[in-house]
Design a protein around this ligand. Sequence first.
Ligand SMILES: Cc1cc2nc3c(=O)[nH]c(=O)nc-3n(C[C@H](O)[C@H](O)[C@H](O)COP(=O)(O)O)c2cc1C
Ligand SMILES: CCCCCCC(=O)C(=O)O
Length: 349
Amino acid sequence: MRLSVREFEALARDRLPRYAYDFFAGGADDEVTLRANENAFTRLSLVPRVLRGHRERDLGTTLLGARIAVPVVLSPTAFHRLAHPEGERATARAAAAAGTVMIASMASTVPVGDIAKAGGDDLVLWLQIYVQPDARITRELVGRAEDAGCRALVVTVDSPVFGRRERDHRNGFHDLPPGMYCENMRDLGGQRGVRDIEMVAGLSWDHVDELAAMTGLPIVLKGLMHPADAVTAVAHGVSGLVVSNHGGRQLDTAAATIDVLAGVASAVGVPVLVDGGIRRGTDVVKALALGAAAVGIGRPVLWGLAARGGEGVSEVLALLREEIDRALALTGCASVHEVTSDLVREARC
Ligand SMILES: Cc1cc2nc3c(=O)[nH]c(=O)nc-3n(C[C@H](O)[C@H](O)[C@H](O)COP(=O)(O)O)c2cc1C
Ligand SMILES: CCCCCCC(=O)C(=O)O
């Protein structure tokens, strides 16, 4: 029995080839932000309330109209078949069983339609997209998401260029192994899956407007860190935000996400999610206290998948669920909606 999410990382490290482990684990440049995301949670202390008489806790909440059982969604991560042969199909089954949202990556190694089928009717599926320089390709991806029954589009906005991950350069990891493909890019005129995905150097609010004009699906922007950008996003009609620094894989030395969350959440009236470094139930409660509607997890899902396939992802989600439930009980909260800002403060050394 695994007792913590971190134990899954150790299992994954033992099982994966070096290049795959490093691709999942690594961050940009000196990995300052990668470490900061996790460390920042240790600088926050919880200030529990007592004697409130709650016997049970309700961990459920609603996101963009969908009821979810835990305030933890699966952030989009690329290439799940590098972790396990079943790839995103296994992840989808685990997300559906846990009753939460899976944000499938545009760079998934299973097509979004097949991810939806694997998850079945219980899966709340959103598709993450990098806007493409050729609007026809973006439109085709949007159509594939709609056909698959996705309930939102998550547009990643922190990547006008790709972060430099030194581990990948050291390992010579620049493309998927034979037999794996960025399946959502299939038949869109490219040659090789990974290189077919392009970043748009001039990414701007015009791209957000263009995308909104292509679809009736709600649009969530992922990768915002600044309150001023959050306000502009809402003015452009977005339905939600994910405060994210891409798990420390884009701009190194960017602030830890938990440190900027409250500034963003207090600036806007749409649901704000946060991801980056969330490894414990107490991290989730701190994020809720600072204004998050829910949190996202990236690497923990990949560690579970690499360790034990879909069962491993389920175990990771169950561990977090149990930890959140205990943290709520110990902070005197009967539901995630009772987690208020007075329950968290900067730790004094
Ligand atoms: C291996 C890996 C692949 C990722 N792929 C994507 C992606 O395709 N699209 C995206 O928007 N973010 C991607 N991310 C960033 C995650 O969505 C998320 O922001 C980050 O992993 C959260 O940090 P955590 O891993 O500490 O939980 C990726 C992250 C990792 C670790
Ligand atoms: C050009 C390859 C696209 C893969 C994107 C995966 C990703 O976002 C990551 O952080 O890695």
